[in-house]
Design a binder for this molecule. Structure first.
Ligand code: ZN
Length: 470
């Protein structure tokens, strides 16, 4: 028995990330584990994955009323002095100097997002609509001891699907509830993960009452109100979706209570917890940036909350857990190889010319339409070995078979991977002209993209001829 594959094996097979122990021929051993810095090196297929995913996330959030931004990778350390990170989070930060000034590599996006809100207020005053919601696929870097770095799950540089919501108290329950719905929609439509009372639960991390003002900053009233907002939202989610929630006293961060959305995953006989989204209140940042005073002055609103939230956590970590869960099978829109055309040659020159001609036209047509496709050259004798090779490496989302029967009868056998069933579906396209066959494949692509189109208005198409994988 070989060892169980891990997410890093799948990421490597799919050509999304380089394995930490990969050897580079020209470099010496010192450099051999060059990803040992704790930052995953995304390889060629990883480019398709990252750009497509971030594109979907940006459009999805924009359609739901978030501003989509990108903030700089470095900052004057003053920003993190104001936010308090320099005081409380310094051991996790990378600091350096530029012309005698202290700078930091961004460990968190929040201070920048708050700055953006303040700039908007300075310019447009009370015309800035509340809740103010800002989204960023924000890359952050944090120190982790080398011993704890692991694959894509524990790294020093990662990309959060990060958002901050600044909301008046009276809309806060709705805000929290909406974040849950966003997570549900994204998981179901993009990742084929069912979010129900059976599969997920909510964990509410609350304060310990007699520690408020000591271990937990802020006033008792502040905490009671925020915790009741979270619980009311949790109750609404429970009522509508049958998702249970649990309260854990004393588990909150010092700056505020939170809800984690946790998925139950069974691997072998072991039930594991997979933390998906998180929704976190923060009493610290508004105080440090004097937002309470500012919002009161501009809007006349007394109770305002800052909420941090992420749906995936980080793109890297989520990818790792997902690859483990689905054994390396990515959704169609994110797969580095979307179509593999299996060209089954016969040895008969005339038939083979027809087979090759059709395969080439389909490849050209798919790529022209923005899809990623390649050709697997094979014969009747070696087909199962060649297809297995593709299945155990780049795992094409859709296999298209073209052989003697197909060109003679005007049919195509198409086998898209079905995540719900964890196996391939079997479809047949009938065609007269090659253009009809292409049309058929494009329809299949559209149907596989449809759930994503529904939530983000379009499915990103980043084309590529991916023949070198086969
Ligand atoms: Zn934040």
């Amino acid at each position: 028995m070989g060892q169980e594959k891990t997410h890093m094996d799948y990421a490597y097979e799919l050509d999304i990330a380089v394995k930490p122990e990969s050897r580079v021929p020209v470099l010496d051993r010192e450099f051999a584990s060059f990803t040992g810095a704790g930052v995953p090196l995304f390889s060629l297929g990883g480019g398709y994955y990252r750009y497509a995913l971030i594109d979907i996330l940006a459009r999805f959030h924009a359609r739901r009323g978030y501003y989509v931004v990108e903030t700089p990778m470095i900052a004057n350390a003053l920003l993190y002095k104001v936010s308090g990170h320099l005081e409380f989070y310094r051991q996790n930060m990378y600091l350096f100097k530029i012309e005698d000034h202290d700078f930091a590599i961004k460990p968190m996006n929040c201070p920048y997002h708050i700055l953006l809100f303040m700039h908007e207020l300075a310019r447009y005053r009370n015309k800035v609509p509340l809740p103010f919601k800002v989204f960023e696929a924000g890359r952050v870097h944090r120190y982790e001891p080398s011993g704890s770095i692991y694959g894509l799950l524990r790294v020093r540089g990662f990309t959060q699907d990060d958002a901050h919501i600044i909301t008046p108290g009276e809309q806060a329950v709705e805000v929290v509830y909406n974040v849950f719905e966003e997570m549900k929609i994204l998981m179901e439509n993009l990742f084929h993960l069912e979010i129900t009372g059976e599969t997920v639960f909510l964990r509410l991390s609350l304060s310990k009452r007699d520690e408020i003002g000591k271990e937990f900053m802020g006033t008792r009233e502040q905490w009671e109100k925020a915790e009741s907002i979270l619980e009311e939202a949790a109750r609404m989610i429970a009522d509508k979706y049958g998702v249970r929630y649990y309260k854990e006293e004393g588990e909150a961060a010092f700056y505020g209570p939170k809800i984690d959305i946790v998925m139950k995953v069974v691997e072998g006989n072991i039930e594991k917890e997979w933390q998906l989204g998180t929704i976190q209140f923060d009493f610290n940042l508004p105080k440090r940036f004097r937002l309470y005073e500012l919002v009161k002055e501009i809007y006349g609103i007394e109770d305002i909350y800052i909420i941090h939230r992420a749906l995936l956590g980080s793109i890297e970590r989520f990818l790792g857990v997902y690859l483990d869960y689905y054994k390396g099978r990515l959704p169609f829109v994110l797969a580095p190889v979307q179509f593999a055309i299996v060209k089954i040659l016969t040895g008969d020159a005339e038939t083979d010319a027809k087979i090759s001609g059709l395969a080439e036209r389909l490849l050209e047509g798919l790529v022209r339409n923005g899809l990623r496709a390649g050709i697997i050259d094979t014969t009747k004798v070696s087909i199962s070995r060649d297809v297995r090779k593709a299945e155990t490496t780049v795992k094409p989302a859709v296999l298209v078979y073209i052989g003697k029967k197909e060109v003679e009868e005007g049919t195509l056998m198409v086998r898209p991977y079905n995540h719900r069933k964890r196996s391939r579906d079997k479809l047949v396209i009938e065609y007269r002209e090659p253009e009809d066959a292409l049309e058929g494949l494009l329809k299949i692509a559209e149907s596989l993209e449809r759930p994503v189109t529904e939530i983000s208005g379009y499915a990103p198409r980043i084309p590529g001829v991916v023949n070198h994988y086969f």
